[in-house]
Design a protein. Sequence first.
Length: 132
Amino acid sequence: MMRVRDYMSPAPVTIDAGADYQQAFKIMEEQNLHHLPVLDAAGNCAGLVARRDLQLAARCFQEAPVEIGEVMHQPVTTVAPDADLATAVARMMADHIGCLPVSDDGGSHLVGIITETDLMRALQDLLAARVD
């Protein structure tokens, strides 16, 4: 069975909820990311921000300083590292989201992130195995 842990990106790049949304833009540009988990003061996953959220915020707030906590999605849908990939795909499709933070405690402790790109790698592996 294909598991989330086998395709997730461990130790994802994150941002603090109190950071300015423009800082998130900078991180995403530098790291070529489309999603950024947002951590609260205790280091738990409090939300998720996508590049399109930041683009919308830029149009609404222009140069005004706005905390990322004001534009992030919450509550966050997470998935366990030992979940099968079909569960992750179903959750992402049902919620119309492009990634899932991976949590080993049912919600707040982030151990990874799985994105549409990771799922494409899994599909590639599956298709290659069928050819062999």
